[in-house]
Design a protein around this ligand. Structure first.
Ligand code: ATP
Ligand code: MG
Length: 420
């Protein structure tokens, strides 16, 4: 143990569990790659104003959870708390949207930082895979993203997740609703903080997790009763396309999300095995965001799925992922000459695509065979002095225990054919 520990609210990914995280990222990325989304990577920090404007001054993310700091040069930066604002900033900066090929479809994967109260499923450093389709107002895009997330979770073997769907309206109908909701909230028995929130961003009061607040919201006006005709038609089309794809969802008229920039389609993926940190992913349409950060009107839609919570969901369901084989062959040299000869064979095996490892540190036979078994390899290659004289190497099947001598010159081909 060193003097240092991982900072509060963070944890290290260590083998063998870390392989699950790679597999989850890969499973979420695969359907995106196959649907025209290109990979984008942006810096881990941005100008703090990008998030203040792009995520919203009144959100928890900006008011409470952001790691903001000033550099020695006087720049005001923040570690990124989410991906959408950065991706849109990068797309605008590179003029991706001017190429005449809208929508620009992008996917990303990386670390995000929020100063939260740490608990299971809620960390200060976590990881997301996300997708954004920028610059088109088309219900088929909203549907595509919901379907692709569903496909990603299903490909991992997840079953007990639900998709919650709602529409938040647009700049025509939301203000009318907002006022009706505000009037309703003003009549409730709420603490000062919540009343203040009701004035700044009343929709977010609907998202309050406290029982004392929730029980007063039973008769709250619902956005769906205020949607304008265009929003209603748009939402209906999204619902039809998702349904036609065989993806099951639940209408959740009270679903709002923590970010200010959502319009129309909004959705969340929740898993019932995760306790209160039940959201494994979420997203929606953000038609106003581009203008909010100084760009042209670019209606867009996207989602972000949490890798950490997806792994917890897999564990909650007892799903065992089929992880790629790490080591197929483990080489055990006995003596200096054997070490040189066998190390060359291992290099050759690796060049031929066979995952191979080697007993380092001059271990004796017994300790080396233990390491071979621990590695999970199917075969051990054992080379002693007499084997070298005879031009042979011992090939041991670690599953059956069977051992055969194979010519040193044939061993690479032999293993390739045995391992298919
Ligand atoms: P919550 O309501 O649980 O705080 P959120 O609405 O803040 O979630 P989003 O901003 O939509 O979450 O982020 C998308 C996904 O990223 C979430 O569904 C979740 O899986 C994951 N996520 C968000 N915050 C954290 C965190 N602090 N630790 C681990 N995963 C997180
Ligand atoms: Mg949150």
């Amino acid at each position: 143990m060193s003097t240092f520990k991982a900072p509060k609210g963070t944890y290290d990914l260590l083998p063998p569990e870390s392989a699950k995280y790679l597999a989850v990222r890969e499973a979420i990325a695969a359907p995106l790659r196959g649907s025209g989304y290109g990979y984008i990577e942006t810096p881990g920090f941005e100008n703090v104003e990008l998030f203040a404007r792009g995520v919203g001054e009144s959100t928890d993310i900006v008011t409470k959870e952001m790691y903001a700091f000033e550099t020695k040069g006087g720049d005001r930066l923040a570690l990124r708390p989410e991906g959408t604002a950065s991706v849109l900033r990068a797309a605008l900066e590179a003029n991706l949207h001017k190429a005449g090929n809208l929508p620009v479809k992008l996917w990303y994967s990386g670390s995000y930082y929020r100063y939260e109260r740490p608990q299971k499923g809620r960390y200060r450093h976590f990881s997301q895979v996300g997708a954004e389709a920028i610059g088109a107002e088309d219900p088929a895009l909203d549907a595509e993203l919901i379907i692709l997330a569903d496909q990603a979770y299903r490909s991992l073997g997840l079953q007990n997740f639900r998709i919650l769907l709602n529409s938040l309206g647009d700049k025509e109908c939301r203000p009318v609703y907002r006022e009706a909701l505000q009037n309703f909230l003003r009549g409730l028995d709420l603490d000062e903080d919540t009343l203040r929130r009701a004035e700044i961003n009343p929709l977010r009061v609907l998202d309050d997790k406290r029982e004392s607040v929730q029980k007063q919201l039973g008769d709250a006006p619902l956005l769906r009763d205020y949607l304008c005709d265009a929003c209603k038609a748009y939402h209906e089309e999204v619902r039809e396309l998702v349904t036609a794809a065989g993806v099951v969802f639940e209408d959740d008229p009270k679903l709002v999300r923590g970010l200010d920039y959502y319009t129309r389609t909004t959705f969340e993926f929740v898993h019932d095995g995760l306790g209160s940190q039940s959201a494994v992913g979420g997203g929606g349409r953000y038609d106003g965001l581009s203008e909010m950060i100084g760009g042209p009107a670019l209606p867009s839609v996207g989602w972000a799925l949490g890798v950490d919570r997806t792994v917890l969901a897999l564990e909650a369901e007892g799903v065992e992922l089929e992880l790629p084989v790490t080591t197929s062959v483990f080489a055990v040299p006995l003596g200096d000459e054997a070490r040189r000869v066998l190390f060359a064979k291992v290099t050759e095996l690796r060049k031929n695509g066979v995952a191979a490892d080697f007993s380092y540190g001059g271990k004796g036979l017994k300790a080396a065979m233990k390491a071979a078994n621990r590695s999970g390899a199917r075969y051990a290659l054992i080379l002693g002095e007499r084997d070298i004289e005879q031009g042979l190497v011992q090939l041991k099947d670690l599953e059956s225990g069977e051992q055969t001598a194979v010519g040193l010159n044939e061993i690479v081909a032999e293993l390739e054919s045995r391992l298919g």
